[in-house]
Design a protein around this ligand. Sequence first.
Ligand code: FES
Length: 115
Amino acid sequence: MTTETTHVLFAFADLAPDTARRVEVAGHAVAVARIGDDIYAIGDTCSHAEVSLSQGWVEPDDCTIECEAHGAQFDLRTGEALTLPATRPVATYQVGVVDGMVVLTLDGTDTGAAQ
Ligand code: FES
């Protein structure tokens, strides 16, 4: 049996469009990114080195985030590493907006590690 836990993070309106924010949830470092009215959550630690992806740049046209260190791009929908030097994906998380608040759901199998 898996145990889902939900975590209310912050008001959606507090996250500017096309930006990301790092949050720590139950031992997970998560980058929460907003594009327009959509919200995404992926592992915050770049799979190339120990750099916070939320410090990088959200690219709304292709739904990616670019690592500020060496420019690797990750798909915000899948966590896939799209460009070098990163080759491994980062984790993805269930996230949504409920009553104006960003809510992250951990399903009990989330390890915080890349799949
Ligand atoms: S640390 Fe992210 S691309 Fe190198």
